[in-house]
Design a protein around this ligand. Structure first.
Ligand code: AKB
Length: 316
């Protein structure tokens, strides 16, 4: 049986991924990285440490006989701009530690890249798999460097590391992180808490997005695919829907007509959004390992509202 180690387990992806991994491989086979505060209330196997501390990671890998790692820990775009040194330290040194250990202990690894690896010089529509990559955020710089590091460890040492360029992910299990596309999660909290939301992007800031269930299914499918089907060892373009805040608002208004959204673009967040693609060509992922999304904007909006109403115990 696989023994799986998950870092960043309490973020947007981890909060939905860990229960799915536990369902598939058994709760005792999923080991989650936490610290003094993170994971205090987690009911499962919790190992304490920091992704920048290689010795502790190595101890955990040996103690639990780990065979597979989902290395999700990292700062996002807005958080990265607040502290570029920390973003580099966590995102790059954390990944290097995991890749070194994967090489030494023959571990299979999943690591998320992002649409942030692209930049203002990348074609914006149906952004191809192979294209110009000149990111202008520290987060994007760490994602692009990380992609190249993953490919290097694969080519040089045969490390089976797989990656997806996540678009903006939308889910309700975890609170929204410090990212740019996260307006699309905050908006649902604003809706249910006070029937209004002040959006930090312009109404027409179109970005590639995805409902979390699609992202988790795609991530697990990539990890399950036979190695010979994986032709991309940097990171796969990974797409489903794309929309602008204005379109999300009109979808929400179909269910909550009284909802009011105002637009107060934040200069840094808006600039980041404008540097990213608006839609993604993910045909390589579809061809190689059968990627297919299931959620459109309407379905995602309904599921988000239903899920968050239950979580927050509000029904308007
Ligand atoms: C962010 O906005 O920083 C992230 C991402 C697209 O990687 N959600």
């Amino acid at each position: 049986m696989k023994r799986i180690f998950v870092t960043g387990a309490f973020g947007l992806v981890g909060s939905d991924l860990v229960p799915q991994l536990a369902k598939k491989y058994g709760k005792k086979n999923v080991i989650v990285l936490g610290n003094k505060t993170i994971g205090k209330h987690f009911h499962g196997v919790l190992a304490k440490g920091d992704v920048r501390d290689k010795k502790t990671l190595e101890k955990i890998i040996k103690q639990y006989n780990i065979s597979e790692v989902y290395h999700l820990a990292g700062l996002l775009s807005v958080g990265g701009e607040k502290n570029p040194d920390l973003a580099w330290d966590v995102n790059i040194n954390g990944l290097r530690n995991i890749l070194d250990l994967a090489r030494d202990y023959k571990l299979k690894v999943f690591w998320p890249s992002s649409i942030a690896a692209f930049g203002p010089t990348t074609p914006k529509q149906k952004t191809p798999q192979h294209t110009v990559l000149e990111p202008t955020t520290i987060y994007g710089v760490t994602k692009l460097s990380g992609e190249l590091m993953c490919q290097y460890y694969f080519l040089r040492w045969g490390v089976d590391v797989r990656s997806l360029r996540y678009p903006g992910l939308i889910g309700y299990q975890a609170p929204p992180g410090d990212g740019t596309t996260e307006y699309s999660v905050h908006i649902f909290y604003g809706l249910l808490k006070e029937l209004k939301y002040s959006c930090f992007l312009k109404a027409d800031a179109r970005l590639p997005m995805m409902y979390i269930d699609d992202a988790i299914r795609g991530t697990m499918a990539l990890m399950d695919a036979p190695a010979q089907k994986i032709s991309i060892r940097t990171s796969y373009n990974f797409g489903s829907i794309n929309f602008a805040p204005r379109e999300l608002v009109s979808e929400i208004k179909k269910l909550y007509p009284a909802f009011i959204c105002t637009y107060n673009p934040h200069p840094i967040k808006q600039r980041i959004a404008e540097s990213w693609p608006q839609s993604i060509d993910d045909s390589q992922a579809r061809k190689d390992w059968g990627w297919k999304h299931e959620y459109n904007l309407a379905k995602m909006t309904k599921v988000m509202i239903n899920g968050l109403e239950k979580k927050l115990k509000v029904k308007r």
